[in-house]
Design a protein around this ligand. Sequence first.
Ligand code: G3P
Length: 227
Amino acid sequence: MQLFIDTADLDQIRTAYSWGTVDGVTTNPSHIAAAGGDPDELLAQIFSLVDGPVSVETVSLEADGIVREGRAIAALHRNAVVKVPVTVEGLKAVKRLAAESIHTNVTVCFSPLQAYLAAKSGATYISPFVHRTDLAGGDGLQLLRDIRAVYTRYGYATKILAASIRTAKEVQEALLAGADVVTAPFDILEGLYRHSLTDTVIARFLGDWKQVPPTRLFAEENLARYE
Ligand code: G3P
């Protein structure tokens, strides 16, 4: 399963990429507004930092406008993915963009039926909004499982990109539900590395190591040989 970072913040993207476990970026209009500054320059910098898919969202509401914006996004970089809301007009545009071999991420998905229609339209990714489904009284993880079942049963190649993730537990559950990708904010991705028992055990090991006589193995002159 791939991990994407859900942000347009350059420092967050740079740091997350330094970990070596992040595969791509998803942005949305809210992220770009929060990052501030010149949006064209911001997108150019994101593409320069990232060697993987970067979703950029269209803002037109009718298919012709979405297609025009989508072509412009796709022309920015070979890694560009055109993010399109799951509406009638959006899916009409997705079908046309797919015919031009432009990758799309169909977003704001809250039902397996919407995911089914997106797959039929040729979407590269579908983004079910996990946490917002829960907030509205639904079951975001069951939504992921249902979409997985539909896509597997009918052989759709559209990738499931679990979005609107707010907890590490949701990332773990998305893994278990068979998501192809999870996109999550920086603090959630950072939190995936943490476990209090890990810290406790490391502290114990390092405490015990202080009783061990100096070793030639870790001596500076030995380590320098391997640089
Ligand atoms: O970028 C798509 C999605 O992950 C945003 O979700 O719920 O954090 O606004 P949310």
